[in-house]
Design a protein. Structure first.
Length: 291
């Protein structure tokens, strides 16, 4: 599933060429992943793309409706979640259409913005300006903007496994399985550790690791594990830098121990048993009396 670095790469690619373009027409194929297909077909033609940004794992396209009466209050936000296999790319109409391409936005410069999704686990919705703040408010904090104090406050007192908390989009938006595992390895923290039992130093190390891993992944244009490509259809390169993710049985780059896999929060979690020692079993506060 595309995570923060992949979505950021797509956003940067689209932002380089789409702002100022006008959507002339919308063609839809399968629409079961679109909240309101009729709204897209009726409200988007004539709209100008004002800006493109990222909200966690969501691509957000700010649109100005056409017509002289359009105002800032009438602006729309086209929100796209790529799901597991979604791709948002710009193409020329004569370019071959990839299988499972379900949405076509015809642009005034002769290009098309296409949405392709094999498994259709993505989501597209249209949000008016009056409700976009509510949508943002449901998301967690931005990892690359979260201060150490905010990070400690969000994670330090929670009695849940740290891997589960890193995946909680209501706490930290954009981090998924790949970058949670890579960050925990860099911080030398086992994914099953309880957050409240981490020291202040460990939390600071993890905060720094998350930022470093995400920044490096963005620089290398994300990880192409399965279907991910950027807005031009190119694969990322960070998968070549993975230290633990999907490396079960391979030697740790630090110590040579074999990488292992466990299930944490219902997800496969990869770690080095030597660099990331598992949590110790807690002794019961009420031991059973012997008779």
């Amino acid at each position: 599933m595309p995570e923060l670095p992949e979505v950021e790469t797509v956003v940067r690619g689209l932002r380089a060429s789409l702002p100022g373009r006008i959507i002339l027409d919308v063609r839809l194929g399968k629409t079961d992943f679109i909240d309101d297909p009729v709204a897209l077909a009726e409200q988007l033609p004539g709209a100008r793309i004002a800006d493109i940004s990222r909200l966690g794992k969501f691509v957000c396209m700010e649109l100005v409706p056409g017509g002289p009466a359009a105002s800032s209050e009438a602006r729309l936000h086209l929100i796209v979640h790529l799901g597991m296999t979604g791709q948002l790319t710009t193409r020329h109409p004569a370019d071959p259409v990839a299988p499972h391409t379900h949405v076509f936005f015809a642009l005034d410069d002769g290009r098309e913005l296409r949405y392709t999704d094999i498994r259709r686990f993505g989501r597209i919705l249209l949000i008016p300006e009056s409700r976009i703040a509510v949508f943002r408010g449901r998301l967690g904090s931005e990892p690359l903007e979260t201060t150490l104090e905010e990070f400690r406050a969000r994670f330090g007192l929670r009695r849940a496994r740290i891997k589960a908390l890193l995946l909680d989009q209501g706490l930290l938006r954009g981090v998924g399985n790949i970058y949670a595992d890579e960050s925990l390895f860099r911080a030398r923290i086992h994914p099953a550790r309880i957050a409240a039992r981490l020291t202040q130093t460990q939390l600071a190390t993890l905060h720094r690791a998350v930022r470093e891993v995400l920044t490096a992944a963005i620089r290398l244009r994300g990880s192409s594990i399965s279907d991910y490509v950027d807005s031009d259809g190119n694969r990322g390169e960070f998968q070549r830098r993975h230290r633990v993710y999907r490396r079960e049985g391979k030697p740790c780059v630090r110590c040579g121990e074999k990488i292992r896999r466990v299930i944490v929060a219902g997800r496969s979690s990869y770690f080095c048993p030597r660099c990331q020692p598992p949590p110790r079993a807690q002794k019961s506060r009420h031991p059973v009396k012997r008779t």
